[in-house]
Design a protein around this ligand. Structure first.
Ligand SMILES: Cc1cc2nc3c(=O)[nH]c(=O)nc-3n(C[C@H](O)[C@H](O)[C@H](O)COP(=O)(O)O)c2cc1C
Ligand SMILES: O=C(O)C(=O)c1ccccc1
Length: 387
């Protein structure tokens, strides 16, 4: 076992020494704890999803219908969790996914989450809609691996400027989110009249951008309302189509990953457009109510493009066995969403580190106990579907 995996056992060893962890080690308990301790508006924003929550439930149902079939006597004494993704070696098949407006759950927001990822050796994906400018998050991370998530704006100059800034700040890959050309119908937020960006939260990258500011009649300080409305009207673009990807390919020379792909034909279009990867994701059930569970969409996408593109996965990952299942279905790594936002809200950087450590320790143990030593050994043979 490598250094990283040894490190994951810290919580376990603390347990043997009678030291209580600050947060539950069963990460499925974080949501209930966050419901108790966070303010209702921010908690509802993070926990909420589209419509009646059908897709969020489908994400869990899809993972829960899969069962791991353990194999015995396979010498699992030495494990290596590392994977190759987008031309890099990751120490484990995990990254923190893009979650916007993190200052609603903790004042240290993206800086704390990014430092936690850096400390635990997993990449951090910074949201376009972060509460902290991308340059400040980069500075907090030193030379640790970071990727930039793009909300593909209506205004070309803003997009171009974001790409230049992200490159200069050391973000090595671009994650373009396709599933949010509009924000969905989200009853939890509507019922509480809680929409953080209407107060200017999540606009840090825009309000520090010369191309964005050039589109305002007055400085942000003089008319916050107008600035916010300008942001809401331009941050995403429901008019975009596949040929528009050429613009991003011409203006970004690193890997480009399309986030929010659910149909194998869209994955093929991504490959044909010269993209480098896809994230099979339904945005944690926050966009299309009634959509296919993300884990149910993964196998067909992996079959369609697994030999041409990096296939990543998110939406519903809560425990180490979920990570194993996603990899067995054909993903090379997973992104984490809400669980780390809860960790941040409950205990800042330490809370995010707790979430990463528990998830990876549980993944490492589940991998070993099911008879595997490396992620590459996982495949359809590792799983059984139950009706
Ligand atoms: C509060 C919140 C904000 C999010 N903001 C973004 C964002 O700015 N950009 C993006 O691509 N995805 C965003 N997502 C989606 C996540 O990247 C990810 O797809 C989703 O949370 C995964 O599902 P999970 O929460 O069930 O793990 C957000 C999710 C949450 C919960
Ligand atoms: O809430 C979200 O899911 C999301 O993607 C988003 C979009 C705009 C601003 C902040 C978050």
């Amino acid at each position: 076992m490598g250094d990283r995996a040894d490190h994951q056992y810290e919580i376990y060893l603390n347990g043997l020494a009678g030291v209580l962890p600050a947060l539950p080690t069963d990460l499925t308990r974080l949501e209930a704890l966050a419901a108790e301790r966070l303010a209702p508006g921010p908690f509802g924003y993070v926990a909420g999803s589209a419509g009646s929550g059908r897709t969020e439930r489908a994400n869990r149902e899809a993972l829960d219908r899969l069962r791991i079939v353990p194999r015995m006597l396979r010498d699992v004494s030495a494990r290596d969790l590392s994977v190759e993704v987008l031309g890099r070696t990751l120490s484990a098949p995990l990254a923190l996914g893009p979650v916007g407006v993190l200052s609603i759950v903790h004042p240290d927001a993206e800086r704390a989450a990014a430092r936690a990822a850096a400390a635990q050796g997993v990449p951090f994906v910074l949201s376009s809609a972060s509460s902290t400018p991308m340059e400040d998050v980069a500075e907090a991370m030193g030379d640790a691996e970071r990727w930039f998530q793009l909300y593909w704006a209506k205004d070309r100059e803003v997009t171009r400027s974001f790409l230049v800034r992200a490159k200069a700040a050391g973000y090595t890959a671009l994650f373009v989110t396709l599933d949010t050309p509009l924000l969905a119908w989200r009853p939890r937020d509507l019922d509480q009249a809680y929409l953080p960006f209407l107060k200017g939260v999540g606009t840090a990258n825009y309000f520090t951008d010369p191309a964005f500011l050039a589109g305002l009649a007055k400085p942000v300080e003089e008319d916050l309302n107008a600035a916010v409305l300008h942001f809401v009207g331009m941050f995403a673009d429901p008019g975009k189509t596949w040929p528009d990807l050429a613009f991003l390919r011409e203006n970004w020379d690193g890997p480009i990953v399309l986030k929010g792909v659910q149909h194998p034909d869209d994955a093929r279009l991504a490959a044909d457009a010269g993209m480098d990867g896809v994230v099979v994701s339904n945005h944690g059930g926050r966009q299309v109510n009634g959509a296919i569970g993300a884990a149910d969409a993964l196998p067909a996408v992996a079959r369609a493009v697994g030999d041409r593109l990096a296939v990543l996965f998110d939406s519903g990952i809560r425990t180490g066995d979920d990570v194993l299942k996603a990899l067995a279905l054909g993903a090379s790594a997973v992104l984490l969403g809400r669980p780390y936002a809860y960790g941040l809200g409950l205990d800042g950087q330490a809370g995010v580190e707790h979430v990463i450590r528990c998830l990876l320790a549980e993944f490492d143990l589940t991998l070993a106990l099911s008879g595997h030593s490396r992620p590459g050994e996982l495949g359809p043979q590792s799983l059984q579907h139950v009706p």
